[in-house]
Design a protein around this ligand. Structure first.
Ligand SMILES: C[S@@+](CC[C@H](N)C(=O)[O-])C[C@H]1O[C@@H](n2cnc3c(N)ncnc32)[C@H](O)[C@@H]1O
Length: 218
């Protein structure tokens, strides 16, 4: 990790590059502006429609891109990330962005970040009887082992840091016992489902498939 006065970065020796998160500039800001709003696949997958803006528990925070897109569309978000290293990047990005007016609105609407394993977190919430989120979102690490042009550099680095998320099937089962309306799992378009359990329906975009496990109609 590299700690500057105003930025936290992760340096990757193999790619000789750094990664950090910025909600206000670059790819995330671009996606916020031009990503297709409430009509984009991820928004449809979580069940967003006119008059319906679900609350989302994002169990696999990563570089916080998906959480930020959903928050920008009005969702109340709780983001979980188990890696303390990745979490430090998210925390730093939230702190920097909080000085910005439009991000401050996102924080007000609800953008909570928690450095925990989602399986433990959900078990505790169930035991405590806390309010369930409408949607639980799961985006496990893609199962690629090799460096590939298809995998973005930040995801390659995350993969090398923590490996594949082999326990995603267990997470799905736990999520299904906690979400109010649905669990959404993001997969590469051709990949297998993360467990034997088959989704009720899917929404596809060019490279991505969202498997939707319905609990109750929106
Ligand atoms: C593919 S990345 C998610 C990318 C994210 N959707 C984005 O837009 O940047 C997967 C992340 O989920 C985290 N993760 C996987 N399983 C988890 C769990 N059970 N609890 C918390 N975090 C988890 C990994 O550490 C990794 O950072």
């Amino acid at each position: 990790m590299i700690f500057h006065d105003d930025l936290v970065e992760l340096y990757d020796l193999q790619l000789n590059t750094t990664i950090s998160i910025d909600f206000l500039k670059g790819a995330l800001a671009h996606r916020q502006q031009f990503g297709g709003g409430r009509g984009q696949a991820i928004a449809k997958a979580i069940g967003m429609k006119s008059g319906v803006t679900p609350s989302v528990l994002d169990t696999t925070g990563g570089m916080a891109g998906d959480a930020f897109v959903l928050a920008s569309l009005g969702c109340n978000i709780t983001l979980l990330e188990r890696s303390p290293i990745i979490f430090a990047l998210i925390e730093d990005a939230v702190q920097r962005a909080s000085l910005n007016e439009s991000f401050a609105r996102i924080l007000e609407q609800g953008f909570v970040i928690v450095n925990r394993d989602a399986r433990e977190y959900i078990r505790e919430q169930i035991a405590a009887g806390t309010r369930q989120p409408d949607v639980i979102y799961i985006d496990p690490m893609y199962p690629h082992k090799k460096k590939s042009a298809l995998v973005k550099k930040d995801m390659q680095i995350l993969q090398r840091l923590h490996g594949g998320d082999d326990d995603a099937g267990e997470l799905l089962n736990i999520a299904l016992s906690y979400a109010r309306k649905r669990v959404v799992v993001k997969r590469p378009i051709q990949a297998k489902t993360i467990s034997e359990k088959q989704p009720n329906t899917c929404i596809k975009s060019k490279k991505t498939r969202f498997d939707i496990y319905t609990i109750e109609k929106m």
